[in-house]
Design a protein around this ligand. Structure first.
Ligand code: GCO
Length: 252
């Protein structure tokens, strides 16, 4: 029930970080994978690596997920040239840190567009075609910040809280059409986006004390939950937000 053989998966923001790990994991589970990034060279390098490492068939698309028209055109081209994804992972995201009173408005717009609006822009054309087929899986990458806040990241927190509730809203409309929509909320992982955090000894020790697992997560530890939500094993699961966080959001 966890086999993804014969399934086509699109993972946004998959040239590096969490998205690359998720795309690799779906390929290892048998999926044909479409890599996405803002820069074609990086996405193609990722696709070549995954194809060589897993034997999976891979494709590359590059479009701006923050522009509705561009995302519609980019997803339309993918569906015309390759096919309608069976699995969509909305992973593209960004972080910007500054105290609320100092947070630039243009950065607010960028964080909301990249982390939240993109889920709507990319999902809608694809779920419309999934509905025609009567099947599909959508996995939105939220965050521990869909449940908790931290200083200097209010816009990111708002965006990820929105992803958590958009997941429920999408499930409300799409589940009856054969599409299961769920979210994964990573805790703290040592990714490029978090380099300023894991390279700071004070934050590193705070995080290890705050997290019951007493460590940062490895991005490969997100793959099992992604494969579960992408597979037939989760056929009656909808609107859920699964926290993969070493216990972070379960304790004070
Ligand atoms: C931060 C981090 C977090 C993590 C992750 C936690 O500044 O606190 O960027 O937001 O990236 O989202 O789930």
């Amino acid at each position: 029930m966890f086999d993804l053989t014969g399934r086509l998966a699109l993972v946004t923001g998959s040239a590096r970080g969490l998205g690359f790990a998720l795309a690799t994991g779906l390929a290892e589970a048998g999926a044909e994978v479409v890599l996405h990034g803002r820069h074609r060279a990086a996405a193609e390098a990722a696709a070549h690596w995954i194809a060589a490492a897993t034997g999976a068939s891979t494709h590359v698309v590059c479009f701006d997920v923050t522009d509705a028209d561009v995302a519609r055109a980019g997803t339309a081209a993918l569906m015309d040239e390759v096919g309608v994804p069976d699995i969509l992972i909305n992973n593209a995201g960004m972080q910007h840190r500054a105290p609320f009173n100092d947070f630039p408005a243009e950065r607010w717009d960028q964080v909301i567009a990249t982390n939240l609006s993109s889920v709507f822009y990319v999902s809608q054309p694809i779920t419309a075609r999934m509905a025609t087929r009567g099947s599909g899986k959508v996995i939105n990458i939220a965050s521990a910040m869909s449940a908790l806040a931290r200083r200097t990241i209010a816009p990111y927190t708002a965006s990820k809280g929105g992803v958590g509730m958009l997941t429920k809203g999408m499930a409300a409309d799409l589940t009856e059409l054969g599409i299961q929509v769920n979210a994964i909320s990573p805790g703290y992982f040592a990714t490029e986006m978090n380099e300023a955090l894991w390279s700071d000894p004070e934050f590193d020790s705070w995080l290890k004390e705050r997290t019951p697992a007493r460590r940062w997560g490895d991005v490969r530890e997100l793959v099992g939950t992604a494969v579960y939500l992408a597979s037939d094993a989760s056929s009656f699961v909808a609107g859920q937000n699964i926290h993969v966080d070493g216990g972070l959001t379960s304790v004070v």
